[in-house]
Design a protein around this ligand. Structure first.
Ligand code: CA
Length: 226
């Protein structure tokens, strides 16, 4: 049976666009155009996930979330305005599962919906994240800051290995074995070459630092420089 999503959003054009995209992905969608109606519908227990705008007529998204969480643990993804750090922090404090910043790329919203539903369904392993990077393994897709990144097969496989071992340092030999296979014939510096490709497409392109060199040992992917 397809999952049911409640969309609480007063911008009708945006709501219709999101509804169409979600229908296309196989979700059943119902819309509420203001906070009070949204809360009422969300409390009905009929939904697998709630997409909740913050700026709403009737009752703010924050207040809807606060009241909803007294009775329900349904996954909630907040739709926040750009740069509204306060909203994000208080939304997460109040028990939101995640947030998406407007304007968002539909792919990012879909990835976060899948992630929230999977976490509840205990299948979170198909989605690997570090900082602003999300890898959807089943779809062979990598998204950074909401933007899809084109990777070659080898680049994807190498990134996949690093992400599956997030925070753990992997030696060149380990990466060579797991990505290129034991029968690899060629230069052992292939790992370094492909790490360079990944850095240029990810770290440098998006102004982040995810792939770290551990001198004399190998490579590790992690969010912070510590
Ligand atoms: Ca709004």
């Amino acid at each position: 049976m397809s999952e049911r999503i409640l969309l609480v959003e007063d911008e009708e054009k945006l709501a219709r666009m999101v509804e169409l995209e979600l229908n296309y992905e196989g979700y059943q969608v119902e819309k509420a155009l203001d906070g009070r109606e949204g809360l009422e519908r969300a409390l009905s227990g009929e939904f697998d996930l709630v997409l909740l705008d913050i700026m709403l007529p009737g009752m703010s998204g924050m207040e809807v979330l606060r009241r909803l969480r007294k009775e329900s643990q349904v996954p909630v993804i907040m739709l926040t305005a750009r740069d509204s750090v306060v909203d994000k922090v208080s939304g997460l404090d109040l028990g939101a599962d995640d947030y998406v910043t407007k304007p968002f790329a539909i792919e990012e919203l879909l990835a976060r919906i899948r992630a929230a539903l999977r976490v509840r369904g205990g299948r979170e392993d198909a989605l690997l994240c570090v900082g602003p990077l999300v890898m959807d393994v089943e779809r062979h897709q990598v998204v950074v800051k909401g933007q899809e990144v084109e990777l070659t097969k080898k680049e994807f496989d190498l990134l996949h290995q690093l992400l599956e071992n997030k925070g753990r340092v992997l030696t060149r030999e380990t990466l060579l074995d797991s990505v290129w296979g034991f029968d690899f014939v060629g230069e052992t510096n292939s790992v370094d070459v492909y790490i360079r490709f990944l850095r240029s497409k990810l770290d440098e392109a998006f102004g982040v630092k995810l792939i770290h060199t551990v001198r004399g040992v190998g490579y590790v992917i992690r969010e912070n420089d510590t």
